[in-house]
Design a protein around this ligand. Structure first.
Ligand SMILES: Cc1cc2nc3c(=O)[nH]c(=O)nc-3n(C[C@H](O)[C@H](O)[C@H](O)COP(=O)(O)O)c2cc1C
Length: 201
């Protein structure tokens, strides 16, 4: 039972963001505009990242060619899902996030340190891009959208094909669309509840 005094968001908002939201496989035919994606980005960009590095980037496969190329790198079991999605986003990390330190407030010393240590940069960018991907999923839901994240794809193949001249490296594919009553995601699987996941130390 939820203690009603705990939350500042009402039950409808919590349902939209978490309790009713599913990882849809089926979506309505309504297209998802790039304006909506920009609006969601400009909301979720405020979620915190280490050193305020903001390393997540989004490649939206809006052309037939880009969709076909993403599809080619999807795992066999994910192909039909990609084909059915109104919008396909590739969530990527920017391995040269430190080039934006003038904007994000990083110091020149930190930029020089990151520049000389590509492995640390990859680790740092990966961790924080995945953190931002969580914010992004919740932000898309806040715009009334449903999201199916996909980790099952050939990252090296997609990166060579789509990001060859870029410091972006793929993390997750996000299938995005407006929900239907029939989400196609099957029965809701169990979650680890707070009695198991939370302890006082
Ligand atoms: C990082 C990540 C990778 C995932 N990879 C796949 C995938 O390759 N294929 C797939 O069908 N679902 C994938 N999923 C979907 C999860 O199975 C789904 O979000 C989870 O079971 C919860 O489903 P629910 O939101 O409907 O309760 C992935 C989800 C996440 C967050």
């Amino acid at each position: 039972m939820v203690d009603m005094s705990t939350f500042v968001l009402d039950a409808d908002a919590r349902a939209t963001l978490f309790t009713d939201a599913r990882s849809n496989v089926h979506f309505s035919d309504q297209p998802v505009s790039m304006d909506a994606v920009h609006d969601v980005w400009d909301l979720i960009k405020w979620g915190p990242t280490a050193n305020n590095t903001v390393p997540l980037r989004l490649a939206a496969a809006t052309s037939d060619d880009a969709r076909a190329r993403v599809l080619e790198h999807a795992a066999e079991g994910n192909r039909a899902k990609v084909e059915a999605a109104p919008l396909v986003l590739v969530a990527a990390r920017d391995e040269r996030f430190h080039d934006h330190f003038a904007l994000t407030g990083g110091s020149e010393t930190a930029a020089a340190r990151f520049d000389s240590d590509p492995e640390a940069r990859t680790r740092f960018a990966h961790t924080n891009a995945m953190l931002q991907t969580g914010y992004l999923i919740v932000g898309l839901r806040a715009a009334g959208l449903a999201v199916r994240p996909l980790g099952g794809f050939d990252r090296a193949g997609l990166d060579a094909d789509m990001f060859a001249d870029s410091p972006w490296r793929s993390e997750v594919i996000l299938l995005v669309g407006y929900p239907t009553d029939e989400h196609g995601a099957g029965d809701r699987k169990g979650r680890i509840d707070s009695t198991l996941a939370v302890k006082e130390i």
